[in-house]
Structure formats: structure tokens, C-alpha cells
Design a protein around this ligand. Structure first.
Ligand SMILES: [Zn+2]
Length: 347
């Protein structure tokens, strides 16, 4: 996911609020490091798999404290080094932690990524991050000024309760800024352009490049452990702004052919069934079919965005979860735009 630029200031500030990751054992030698619910759309999950000699971590996460918590868990609890860090795609919430891993493990660490990530992490992830830093640097003085005067943007006064809550948000945003101002992004140290397997005994794994959420998604499959990590191709709330909706559907169909019993999605809880894969497939089928049909009637992008009906998919994916529903609504124009580009052959 990488949707922050869509959010107004209060939500941006709120994103700095959340609690820490929770590491839980899924099965012997396999752990999920999951974001707490209040941070599930902001930062990603990681999967940690133990081999005889080392650990494999899928996705680096963003917040330094979370990345450090996983490294500490490896060092102090499992007492094995991380030898493979696999980035499922370039988005900063999956790759910002690369630098700390590399700093900790040096040359003994392989950061495995799709060949396109070699460009997209240092360029797109780093510039999205720099924009976010610049935005906060610009907005925070105004937010402080508002707190000092006690008057909101709409001219009304903060209640005592609102003032306390807003002060906490601004303080946390300031803390985020200080922690992230000097972030350096590191791309993969080993890039792949095709199917890639590593023999790690029972933890042997195969990485399958796909295109859907981004142009360089990696699906990581542990066939002997029956575990799958597919990054944001399997996400509780899919974001298509940098993606390929029609190819995403194909990627989901591919994922569904693999043998696994547990999936750690890019965001949201670990899953032991395929309901989310089925629901995401329904959504992408509906999105791409409607966009194609409406385009064939001669509608332009704006007309399609106004006419399309994705309410059934919204119900399926968000149900009555307000935060999820808001997310769904916020990203559909981009999803339709990307689906339209595919139909028009401009993707
Ligand atoms: Zn993403």
C-alpha cells in the first residue's frame, strides 16, 4: 500500500499514532510480525521463517522501531542471523527497513527483489518518502499555530478534549518527522527477473515474479511448510494506484494454484483460508469488466468513474468496517484510472 498522499492532514498525523507490531508463531519455526489493527493500512506485515542456520524475512516494514524489534527477535529469541530479506514490491512500507537490515547484517545479508525494484526503491519509494517529509515540514508549523491560537481551520474553537487530542497528534507527527527526516532507501542486493528458488531444507522457497499491485511483485512460496507471502497482491484493502488491475486478477488466479494452508497478507491478519483471494478476485473481475464495458460504449475516464458501480465489492471487502470503507472509497478513482489505462493499452 502507499496511499498517504490521498489523505488530509489529520489522517496523516493520525498515521503516526499506532502501537507496535506483534510477533506470533504461526507454526513451528514460522512467525508473523503483524501490524496492530490501528496501523494495518499504514505499515506492512512481515513473515519470518527459520532454517537450520538462519532466518528468512519477507518484507522489511517501515517504522524503525518495528524493524529493530524483528532484528532483536532474531538475535535474542531465535539466536540466528537474517540471511534473506525479500521485498515483495517497492512501496516504502515494505522496503524502508532495508537499510537497517543491511546495516545490521552487512554482506552476509541478501536483499532479494524484482529487477524493477532496483530502480523503483531508490527512485519512487525514496521520492514518495521525501514528499511526505516535506509535506509534514510544511504543515507542522501551521498545525502548531492552530494549537497556540486554539482555533480550527473552520474558524471554530477547539474543545479542551479536541485540543489535547490534536496536540498529541502533532507531537507524534513531529516525532515521526524526526525519526524519518534522514531516511536512506536501499534497493535489493540481488535482483531477479524470473522464477527463483533457494534450497533451505524444509524452508526451501520459490519466488514468483508477478505484475498486479506494482510492476515488480514477488510471491514467496514455502511448499514444504505450506506457507505463502504475496505482499499486497493479497491485501485486506487493495490499492491499485501503481498497479495493473487486469493482471492482478491473473496473479490472484496464479496464487490460487499454489499449495498452501497459511497466507500472510501484506496488510491485515494472517489467514488460513482463501476467502480473501476469492473476494479480491470478485472485485478485480468486476472492476475490469465494468471499465471495459463502459469504455466500449465510448465513455471517457471521468464518465466511467462517475458511472461504475463497485458497491458489491465494497460490501465484500469492507463490510461495515468504517476505516476499511473509507479506504476503499479513497482509492477507487485511481483503481478505475489504472483499469482504464489497461483497456486503452496505455499501461
Ligand atoms: Zn504496497
Amino acid at each position: 500500500m502507499l496511499f498517504r498522499r490521498l489523505l488530509p492532514l489529520p489522517a496523516l498525523l493520525l498515521s503516526a499514532l499506532a502501537g507496535a507490531i506483534e510477533i506470533s508463531e504461526l507454526q513451528n519455526g514460522v512467525w508473523a510480525a503483524l501490524q496492530p489493527a490501528d496501523n494495518r493500512f499504514n505499515d506492512c506485515n512481515s513473515l519470518i521463517v527459520e532454517t537450520h542456520d538462519y532466518l528468512i524475512v519477507i518484507d522489511a516494514q517501515e517504522r524503525r522501531a518495528d524493524v529493530q524489534a524483528i532484528i532483536d527477535f532474531a538475535k535474542n529469541t531465535i539466536r540466528k542471523p537474517v540471511r534473506y530479506l525479500i521485498n515483495t514490491h517497492w512501496h516504502g512500507d515494505h522496503t524502508q527497513g532495508n537499510t537497517l537490515y543491511l546495516h545490521t547484517y552487512g554482506d552476509e545479508l541478501t536483499i532479494l527483489g524484482h529487477v524493477s525494484q532496483g530502480v523503483d526503491i531508490p527512485e519512487r519509494a525514496a521520492s514518495a518518502h521525501a514528499e511526505r517529509v516535506a509535506e509534514l515540514q510544511q504543515q507542522l508549523p501551521a498545525a502548531r499555530e492552530q494549537l497556540a491560537t486554539g482555533i480550527k481551520l473552520d474558524g471554530s474553537r477547539f474543545s479542551d478534549q479536541e485540543l489535547a487530542a490534536q496536540t498529541a497528534r502533532v507531537d507524534r507527527a513531529q516525532a515521526w518527522l524526526e525519526a524519518n527526516r534522514d531516511t536512506i532507501f536501499t534497493g535489493p542486493t540481488l535482483t531477479i527477473d524470473g522464477v527463483y528458488s533457494v534450497d533451505a531444507g524444509d524452508a526451501m522457497f520459490t519466488v514468483y515474479p508477478q505484475r498486479g499491485h506494482t510492476r515488480g511483485d514477488l510471491v514467496v512460496h514455502f511448499p514444504k511448510l505450506h506457507i505463502l507471502a504475496a505482499g499486497d497482491l493479497v491485501d485486506v484493502m487493495p490499492y491499485s494506484g501503481h498497479g495493473y488491475p487486469r493482471e492482478w486478477l491473473t496473479a490472484l488466479q496464479f496464487i490460487d494454484t499454489l499449495d498452501f494452508s497459511i497466507i500472510v497478507p501484506g496488510h491485515g491478519p494472517a489467514l488460513n483460508d482463501r476467502v480473501l483471494i476469492a473476494n479480491l478476485s470478485v472485485y478485480f473481475e468486476s472492476l475490469t469488466r465494468q471499465v471495459s464495458t463502459l469504455a466500449s460504449k465510448g465513455m471517457d475516464l471521468e464518465e466511467i468513474q462517475a458511472s461504475i458501480d463497485l458497491s458489491a465489492s465494497r460490501e465484500l471487502l469492507a463490510g461495515n468496517d468504517t476505516a476499511a470503507g473509507n479506504f476503499f472509497d479513497a482509492v477507487q478513482d485511481e483503481a478505475i484510472e489504472r483499469a482504464y489505462a489497461e483497456v486503452a493499452g496505455n499501461d
